[in-house]
Design a protein around this ligand. Structure first.
Ligand SMILES: [Zn+2]
Length: 383
């Protein structure tokens, strides 16, 4: 019953729209269009009964379409698209476009809807051609640019995405800096695969010029510098990331320790990391720093850090580290018990999501620079 309620919601909205447009009034009042109104209500009835094929046949074969009924057809096309019935949405919109004497502004509106259908169906070339034409339209330029942006992102045409986002920003006044910086990072990642260091650095420079808060740009460059043995430069880049976004402390602490170990400057890092972990404590950063303390100071210091953090912020990851550290000096009869606990805690960690989108709440086990759920860039952060 609940599923049926949600299925009927869009139809109910369409029905409400009919009320607003005076269809019920006109239907109750005998007019020359009585037959036409009856047909529309028959179509609505088909929709309510989930007989989409019959509804589609009826609507595309209606001979009379005026301004009011055109809006209804557009609403129906949009309804079909939202329900995932893209073929039917395309049929509705193509039918409208085949009508003679359709005013230019209405034709453009129908074309925009058709392009959205193609986008939803994955027919990117067809969608792109329409969006490109509609860019010139005075009233539909903004949605056409957004449609084009979607096409280029799906095609991974990052340079075109940059130019389109810049055009949209200029037109709408909505900042696209975060998105554009990520497009430059995508170009940098492509260049990285090809081993073109200068190109990587060029794109990352553009990313940071566009959005100085783009932690991803410094993360990519730090990976490049580590690969080439430039540990001093990488250290500074990793520290920059913590300044840009402290949420990434857990992501950079491991490579940071590696860089400092390679430079043989361990003592200087203990105080630095200790201060950062205390200031921006996250379960992951505390767990990683405890490994560092165990290696370069003592197991007791590592246990003390974990104990104090667990009291403030209980977590499966913290408990795992606590057990791993404690098991070293445990009595034989305790070890067996603690090993079983470790298996259980590891199972819990496997089920734990480590990242979450700040915009839509999407949770994931790995970082996504573009949220797979709401498509926002840079919104998925370490928990
Ligand atoms: Zn999201």
């Amino acid at each position: 019953m609940i599923e049926l309620f949600w299925l009927l919601l869009p139809v109910a909205a369409t029905s409400g729209w009919l009320v607003a447009k005076g269809y019920y009034r006109r239907y109750l009042t005998p007019t020359n269009s009585k037959s036409m109104d009856a047909q529309y209500f028959q179509g609505l009835n088909y929709l309510l009964n989930e007989q989409s094929d019959k509804a589609l046949d009826l609507f595309v074969n209606l001979s009379d379409i005026n301004q009011d009924t055109l809006d209804l057809h557009l609403a129906l096309g949009s309804l079909f698209r939202r329900k995932g019935e893209v073929d039917r949405a395309i049929a509705i919109h193509q039918n409208l476009l085949s009508r003679q004497n359709l005013p230019l502004t209405l034709k453009d509106q129908c074309l925009l809807e058709l392009a959205q259908d193609y986008l939803k169906a994955g027919l990117l070339d067809r969608a792109e051609r329409i969006f490109v034409d509609l860019r010139q339209s005075s009233s539909l330029s903004a949605p056409a640019l957004l449609g084009l942006l979607e096409v280029y992102q799906r095609e991974k045409e990052w340079l075109r995405a940059i130019h389109t986002a810049q055009a949209y920003e200029k037109l709408s006044g909505d900042s696209q800096a975060t998105n554009i910086a990520h497009y430059y990072c995508e170009l940098a990642s492509q260049a990285m695969i090809l081993g073109e260091k200068n190109e990587v650095l060029k794109q990352l420079k553009m990313a940071l010029l566009t959005d100085p808060g783009c932690a991803r740009a410094n993360l990519i460059q730090s990976q490049l510098e580590i690969k080439q043995g430039n540990y001093k430069i990488a250290t500074q880049l990793l520290l920059n990331i913590i300044d840009q976004d402290p949420a990434f402390l857990g992501e950079v602490i491991d490579p940071l320790i590696l860089c400092v170990e390679k430079q043989g400057k361990i003592s200087g890092l203990v105080n630095k990391l200790s201060g950062l972990v205390n200031k921006y404590s996250s379960n992951k950063s505390v767990a990683l720093f405890s490994q560092f303390l165990q290696k370069y100071q003592s197991t007791e210091n590592a246990i003390a850090l974990i104990e104090s953090h667990l009291e403030e912020s209980p977590s499966a990851l913290g408990l795992k580290r606590y057990l791993e550290l404690s098991i070293v000096n445990a009595k034989p009869e305790q070890k067996n018990y603690m090993e079983k606990l470790l298996i259980i805690v590891n199972g819990l960690i496997q089920q734990t999501m480590a990242y979450r989108c700040e915009q839509c709440g999407f949770a994931a086990r790995a970082i996504h620079w573009q949220c797979p759920s709401c498509n926002a860039w840079g919104s998925v952060k370490p928990l």
